[in-house]
Design a protein around this ligand. Sequence first.
Ligand SMILES: C[S@@+](CC[C@H](N)C(=O)[O-])C[C@H]1O[C@@H](n2cnc3c(N)ncnc32)[C@H](O)[C@@H]1O
Length: 372
Amino acid sequence: MKQQKFRFEPSHDERARQGYVGAIKGYTNMVVQTDLERTIEGKVLPLAKAATAKQTLTRKDIATLSSALPLYALWSNLTFYSQDMLFKTVGDTVKRTKKDQESIAQTLTSRANKKGSLSLDEHLKISPPISQIEIHRMPGGYVSETDPEDLTAGRLYSGTIEIYRNAKAMGDGSQAGSDAIGQFTAKTVKSYFPELAPRRILDLGCGTGEQTIAFKRAFPDAEVHGLDAAGPLLKFAHAWAESEGAPLHFKQANAQATGYEAGSFDLIVSHILFHETSRTVMPKVMKEAFRLLAPGGVFLNLDVPYQPEVTPLPRQITNHWQVINNGEPFWTGFAESKLPPILAKAGFESEQIFHNYEQFGAGQYLVFGGRK
Ligand SMILES: C[S@@+](CC[C@H](N)C(=O)[O-])C[C@H]1O[C@@H](n2cnc3c(N)ncnc32)[C@H](O)[C@@H]1O
């Protein structure tokens, strides 16, 4: 019998609406936001400079004046409501195909000869904000499910992420299910550490697991694991990996205390995990990663490139709006954290720490980490 694929399959009309939302989001991010940032630069910065004796302004010095601009109201409305539209239109596909796709997932993950594994911990105490906030304002957030077979959280995340990424010029035009970001991270690992031949790899905060698969493809001899706190996302990840024929091992745990043995991984990666962790959690996760690495092992993370040293003040204002209004509680906290000292405190020697910006598609990502 032909094996059915676990897939995100919009109908013709749903695809058209999703394309429309992507275009609105792209226009909002690239045209309206650019206009707004130019207006802040041209009007607000001179006013703020005149009103303060400070040599160097900070985001906080221009926040109130910036938010009073009519263009700020237009841009923030467009950003807010296009986010709603994104989840609505992807949600239509998720709902329409729910029964079929969840049944395919069940078949794939209950086969005796399945390739990978999933270890869930129903007693895991999931701390805020993952347990309380709808991150990205995704309805239901990462951890809600109506029943054990409900894959809505993972399917919504997977169906929206590439539309969101492409509209922010942080993607390469890929569609739902792409592992392009993971391929990019794996390529970066190989270019930074050409001699590294990892036997065990861990993707921390792997979520829906598409990027984890890229590591099995890039390092076929390695045993590849993915860890996340959100059980519903991991159920999706397991079904997705089985559908792709990838032998991946997923575990539900807190990245601060994973339960794996010390020294048991040669490569630990993460994709857009750290901008979703608080300043308290971040150092603990880095310490745990250091503990898990074997000597010579590599910890390499890819995340958003919004650190103040590379982000003009007007862009810091539009970024911080995401914290207040768009379900991104730690976006600014992450951007404003000095990562190399946190890595050093976690145990990495300073000459083994890296912190770079790398080009991907039309945009850039921050790549940071260290070697043990
Ligand atoms: C933006 S998502 C990224 C998911 C995936 N890496 C990707 O690239 O699509 C961030 C993920 O980190 C997970 N996460 C955040 N804090 C965590 C923690 N302390 N322990 C484990 N997972 C965590 C969330 O549940 C979520 O799946």
